[in-house]
Design a protein around this ligand. Structure first.
Ligand SMILES: Nc1ncnc2c1ncn2[C@@H]1O[C@H](COP(=O)(O)OP(=O)(O)OP(=O)(O)O)[C@@H](O)[C@H]1O
Length: 297
């Protein structure tokens, strides 16, 4: 059986350079571990497949392997300060993986739920700005790369480092996710209904578009600013409470009373029920940059 070859333009890391340490997460794609690269650098290693459902790594046409390369390519094309850095891919038989920058504090909602203090306003603004710059990178890329949607945007897609800097991650393609989910039905992603734009709550199977991702981003900013998880008490069976709140009552969750009017304005514009009233991510970044610099000066 032919062995998958490393892509010429993807940095290849041989498995012998990696020491795998504890598991830190599991997605629909496989497991994520802390690792050590060349006995020196701490990295995160996303290993394709699961112990109980190993992927046949010898087959180059394998859809999952193809999509792993696709995810790595996307990461490589959009490397900026606010996107989790791709270090390389390993395509050694039995060890198909993506090696990336390790983000020690984990996902954004995990930080918002477990931080033992209130974030200051400059911190909240900087986290919003980091996240906005991350999303702008894919919506409005430089260097002639195609604009793209994230595809399943929620606060889980953002990871946080020790300095509370936020970076966009998780470029696993929809195809990859659905094919591995067929193998491993036990993995349940946190529901993303709380982040769905009203027009998509009505037509749940419709694909995301740019305005609907801006709406999702508005909800994520609400989470950072409120230091809470969106619709926490409305999540439940079928999320019918979220639908009622958003679709029937036409509401958005309230921001803290001490949120500045300018920040409230941009979050509310992103969460507008009218897609055409939502700004583009370039505009969101410009406003957050101005607010962040005036707040920290
Ligand atoms: N670079 C990283 N640094 C630190 N932790 C990470 C990193 N990448 C992933 N993780 C952790 O591993 C978990 C699983 O990540 P992964 O991207 O595989 O799946 P997911 O985003 O939860 O789901 P899916 O694969 O369906 O998109 C994350 O929720 C996070 O806790």
């Amino acid at each position: 059986m032919a062995q998958a070859q490393p892509e010429q333009d993807l940095p290849h890391v041989p498995w012998s350079d990696i020491r795998l340490n504890e598991k830190i997460g599991e997605g629909s794609f496989g497991t994520v571990h802390i690792g050590t690269l060349r006995e020196k650098d701490m990295v995160a290693v996303k290993v394709l497949g699961f112990e109980e459902y190993p992927v046949d790594l010898g087959e180059p046409s394998n859809l999952l392997a193809k999509n792993l390369r696709e995810e790595a390519h996307v990461m490589l094309q959009i490397q900026t300060e606010n996107v989790v850095k791709l270090i390389g891919v390993c395509m050694d038989k039995g060890h198909y993986s993506i090696i990336m920058e390790y983000m020690p504090r984990g996902t954004l909602p995990h930080v918002l739920q477990t931080l033992d203090r209130q974030l200051s306003w400059p911190e909240r603004l900087l986290m919003c700005l980091d996240a906005a710059r991350g999303l702008r990178t894919i919506h409005h890329p430089h260097g002639g790369y195609p604009a793209r949607l994230h595809g399943h945007l929620s606060s889980d897609a953002f990871l946080v480092n020790n300095d509370l800097r936020v970076k966009l991650s998780d470029f696993c393609t929809t195809k990859t996710r659905s094919s591995i989910n067929k193998r491993k039905r036990s993995h349940r992603r946190r529901s993303t209904v709380a982040y769905l734009a009203p027009e998509h709550l009505q037509a749940i199977h419709e694909a995301a578009d740019y305005p609907s991702e801006v709406y999702s981003f508005g909800v994520i900013m609400w989470e950072i600013v409120s230091q809470r998880i969106a619709h926490q008490e409305r999540r439940g069976v079928n999320e019918s409470e979220i639908r009622r709140f958003v679709l029937e009552e036409k509401k958005s969750e309230d921001l803290p009373a001490d949120c500045s009017p300018q920040l409230k304005d941009i979050i509310d514009k992103c969460r507008s029920h009218k897609p055409l009233d939502r700004p583009q991510m370039t505009g969101v970044v410009t406003i957050l940059e101005a607010l962040s610099s005036s707040c920290s000066s």
